[in-house]
Design a binder for this molecule. Structure first.
Ligand code: AMP
Length: 177
């Protein structure tokens, strides 16, 4: 069992990079946190806190940084790992979901056989901003008959009200701004 860490320690390991990838965006860089074994393990502990091994069938992770946390959480909870990817990356048959961006739109995809109907799912991404990406991933999970128990994020940008897009799914975030 890794030593527990606090939200303040996690926040201190997140690097703010102004104007990346474009002017006006403050990018939350999680690579310093990932490079610290204790903080990475502690973040996984906190993200999976509400669940015991065996109580979740699948952890759905969102492309790309969400994969890192979702995969680690999956091994800890003895659950499968399912990727939600940007359109065009998955090799087998997929279901897709469009969502709006500030300018234009994007599409995420999941393999059609990724989840069994009734699967108990934990959704994980690194960051909740407007909620568009996660809402699209939730649509995909629900189309395949999965039941989302919780959506977990390392970081939540509260001022963007992303939670409102996730309906009545419980949301857990470790650090918020
Ligand atoms: P959204 O769909 O607006 O909730 O955006 C969430 C997705 O975009 C996540 O997969 C994040 O990795 C990424 N993202 C959005 N804003 C930021 C940010 N300020 N820093 C790092 N990643 C971000």
């Amino acid at each position: 069992m890794p030593a527990s860490v606090t939200s303040a320690q996690i926040e201190a390991a997140i690097r703010n990079v102004p104007d990346f990838p474009k002017s006006g965006i403050q990018f939350k860089d999680i690579t310093p946190l990932l490079a610290d074994a204790k903080l990475f393990a502690g973040a996984i502990e906190l993200l999976t806190k509400n669940f015991k091994p065996g109580s979740v069938d699948a952890i759905v992770g969102i492309d790309a940084r969400g994969f890192i946390f979702a995969a680690a959480a999956a091994t800890k909870l003895n659950a499968g790992f399912i990727p939600v990817r940007k359109k065009g990356k998955l090799p087998f048959t997929t279901i897709e979901q469009d969502y709006a961006l500030e300018y234009g739109h994007a599409t995420v995809a999941m393999h059609t056989d990724a989840l069994k109907p009734g699967a108990r799912v934990l959704l994980i991404d690194d960051l909740l901003a407007t909620g568009g990406t996660s809402a699209a991933a939730i649509e995909l999970v629900q189309k395949l008959g999965g039941k989302i128990l919780e959506a977990g994020f390392l970081i939540e940008l509260k001022f963007l009200n992303g939670r409102e897009k996730l309906g009545n799914i419980p949301v857990r975030s470790l650090v918020s701004y």
